[in-house]
Design a protein around this ligand. Structure first.
Ligand SMILES: [Zn+2]
Length: 56
């Protein structure tokens, strides 16, 4: 896996300095999202799993 200093939100594709590592859909895999997208996808979502916060 390539190392990158910049991460983009999986959902809105924007660059954020603080990202949240979550699973939110099938197939289950870890993705990084911004806080706003996290709040959107976690709502009433039984697949939602929080895996930590990533800061640049
Ligand atoms: Zn986002």
């Amino acid at each position: 896996m390539a190392k990158s200093r910049v991460k983009y939100c999986e959902i809105c594709k924007k660059d954020f300095s603080t990202m949240f590592r979550i699973q939110y859909k099938q197939p289950k895999k870890w993705v990084f999202t911004c806080e706003q997208c996290l709040l959107n996808v976690k709502k009433d979502n039984p697949l939602y799993v929080y895996g930590g916060t990533w800061k640049r």
